[in-house]
Design a protein around this ligand. Structure first.
Ligand code: GLU
Length: 423
């Protein structure tokens, strides 16, 4: 997808449109939309960082706090050259809805820093991460706003951020950030939780579609934390991984790629491109048009446009990324009877396991990997069934995404009403 095409779509406008449609569909008072279309608070900060060469660069950092009726604001921080405040706002709305769908006691937030971490040294990234926390510390806290990893940030970045926050406060506050390394209060299973959750939700969708995961063909777009884990978890369920594409290139083999070998290769090379176990190369456009059963978009927003949707032949789309499908593309996928497990449901395993991590931090009592995985499966299946039941019982034909939005919005409206936030 070209950047040009991405620029034409403002994700914040998309988020508001989806909110408005769900409010109208539910005949909720206009005050619900009025309250949710804007964030409670946004912070934009200048982040001065000394670069390795001795020069000073000032980066822009954002934190959008959307709504906290269910608990502290919650959501990742992404490092990406093209982020802006509107993107952070849109993604914070997504988090409010996601947490309401998953029934975890959080609101929605999102952070972003406009930078290109692929061009930065570890030292520069550390200094930037610490500056971000210095700027945002007044609005963060284990019971206020809890960041986590997102695009191009990871457990190491969370360790620097948590350390900085604890230094500023002068006391241990591990619950301020989730997605931390195991060595400093992270949870077993958090790193792969989003991908594992995508697997559980695709598995449930496959049952409905009557699709046997054994030998079902799978294509994955994006091979970061979410794409790589999803590919491996679904391969362990028996899926045949036939194509993967990342920003550098794509690999394809109709007979199936070795998901574990591909993972090891990518860890070493930083890309799936030129993986020796692949028969052919493939572009992102070709990947979406493949004759396969399951597609997992796990890269950025607005990748499945109407043009892309026209060519999709898959039976199930499990959205690992946030906002990968445009509203117009949704209509095409619905007409084609493709089962879309929407982002706010499919990728909620990340924030669900963040919740588990935070609970463990609050108790200073830690669970085994098996315990975390079991609880994650229960939460994912429960959320899937809530949304699926809602969709079936709504009375008219709606998509799983619309059902998820409406299910969440009704819960949010009820809670806001009882607290006196809306009339
Ligand atoms: N960044 C992830 C998401 O978009 C995880 C958020 C979290 O764990 O707070 O859902």
């Amino acid at each position: 997808m070209s950047n040009q095409a991405k620029e034409r779509i403002n994700t914040y406008e998309v988020a508001k449109k989806r909110l408005q449609k769900a409010t109208e569909e539910l005949a909720l008072p206009a005050s619900v939309y009025e309250r949710l279309k804007d964030c409670d608070r946004v912070v934009e900060a200048a982040l001065p960082v000394e670069m390795d060469g001795g020069t000073l660069r000032v980066f822009k950092g954002y934190r959008a706090q959307h709504n906290n009726v269910f608990g502290p604001y919650k959501g990742g921080v992404r490092f990406h050259p093209e982020v802006d405040l509107d993107e952070a706002k849109a993604l914070s709305i997504w988090m409010t809805i996601k947490c309401a769908v998953a029934r975890v006691p959080y609101g929605g937030g999102k952070g972003a820093v406009a930078c290109d971490p692929l061009q930065m040294s570890a030292g520069e990234i550390e200094r930037l991460s610490r500056q971000y926390i210095r700027a945002m510390a007044p609005v963060l806290g284990p019971h206020k706003d809890i960041p986590a990893p997102d695009v191009n940030t990871n457990a190491q970045v969370m360790a620097w951020m948590t350390d900085e926050y604890c230094n500023i406060q002068g006391y241990d506050a591990l619950g301020v950030i989730t997605g931390k390394p195991l060595e400093m209060g992270g949870s077993a299973g958090r790193e792969t939780a989003t991908g594992q959750g995508v697997m559980f939700s695709v598995r449930e969708a496959a049952k409905i579609k009557g699709l046997d995961l054994k030998n079902a063909t799978l294509a994955v777009q994006g091979y970061g934390n979410v794409g790589s884990a999803t590919a491996r978890f679904l391969a362990r369920e028996g899926c045949k991984l036939i194509a993967v594409a990342d920003i550098f290139g794509g690999v394809y083999d109709q007979d199936g790629l070795d998901a574990e070998a591909l993972y090891r290769y990518c860890r070493e090379k930083g890309t799936v491109k030129d993986f020796p176990g692949s028969k052919d190369s493939i572009t992102t456009e070709e990947l979406f048009a493949l004759d396969c059963d399951i597609i997992v978009p796990a890269a950025m927003e607005n990748q499945i446009t109407p043009q892309v949707a026209q060519n999709i032949k898959a039976k199930i789309i499990g959205e690992g990324a946030n906002g990968p499908t445009t509203p117009e593309a949704d209509e095409i996928l619905q007409e084609k009877d493709i089962f879309v497990v929407p982002d706010i449901l499919a990728n909620s395993g990340g924030v669900v396991t963040s919740y588990f991590e935070w609970v463990q931090n609050n108790y200073s009592y830690y669970w085994t990997a098996e315990e975390v995985a079991k609880r994650l499966e229960l939460k994912m299946v429960e959320a899937f069934n809530h949304v699926y039941d809602y969709q079936r019982n709504f009375g008219k034909s709606i998509t799983m995404r619309e059902a998820a939005f409406m299910y969440a919005l009704q819960r949010l409206a009820d809670a806001m009403k009882i607290r006196g936030w809306i009339r």
